[in-house]
Structures are given as structure tokens and as C-alpha cells.
Design a protein around this ligand. Sequence first.
Ligand SMILES: [Zn+2]
Length: 152
Amino acid sequence: MTTISLPPEQRAKLGRHLRRAGRREIGGILMGEQLEHDRFRIVEFTVDETSGTPAHFVRSPEHHRAALDAFFRRTGADYRRFNYLGEWHSHPSYPVLPSREDVASMVDLVTGERDIAFAVLLIIRLRCALRIEAGGFMFAMPGQMTSVTLTR
Ligand SMILES: [Zn+2]
């Protein structure tokens, strides 16, 4: 099974964004480091704050392109090691499980974008205003979903 490390400092940063967003759903992209064949570490993430109601998070590739390019520059364009890892968003009022729309958009992503062989979906939620509850899911061609083990 794929293992993904969400280091304490990234977890704390996500927590700050979740507290600020309140009931609004927020999300962005995940940039990671591949440690082993099936082991990754979340290095950075972007934040898209959707406006208004807890509307469903929609991916905006153009918006994240610049962040990804900056990440590549910082990591020396070592794409095999440091690359796009996937998507994240919050479920302020729902369990940290992918909705039908979440699954459909992730399957579209891995089957539609030819330079993405797999993508992780991280869903997070703040519990008791403190603890982050997280669920990780791996999507790969031809569109199947598997669970991910999240570690520190
Ligand atoms: Zn969702």
C-alpha cells in the first residue's frame, strides 16, 4: 500500500488554513517527494479559498501552474524525486471520504491528463478546532482508487 507522510509542520499549516476557512471548503494541490517506489512525503501545498458557501472544490490547473513551476525551481527540476503529488481539499461538514464527485474528478484527472500517471487525493477536516482528521486515496490508471496510509 502507498504510504504518504504528512509532516507535522505541513499538518500545522493546513490546520491554520482550516481554522481560517471555517465552514468553507478549501483545497489546492500537493507537491511531494518520492522517497521509495510507494512512499511519498508532502513537501508543499497550495491553497485555493473558494468563496461563499461550502461549495464543492473545483480544481483550477492554471492557478496552480505557477506554484508548481516555483516548486520545480526550488527543487532543482529533479522531477523524478520532487513532483506534483495530487489534490487536497477540506470537508468541513462531512467525513474525510471522497464524494462521488471527488472520485469522478480524480478519475478524470488521471485518465485525462497524459502527464499524470497517478494522483493522490487528501481530504482533511478539523476536529474540535484542533486535531486534523485526514483521509488519503490513490488514483491510478485506468481509474481505480486505493487507500493510502498516512504517517507523520
Ligand atoms: Zn470532497
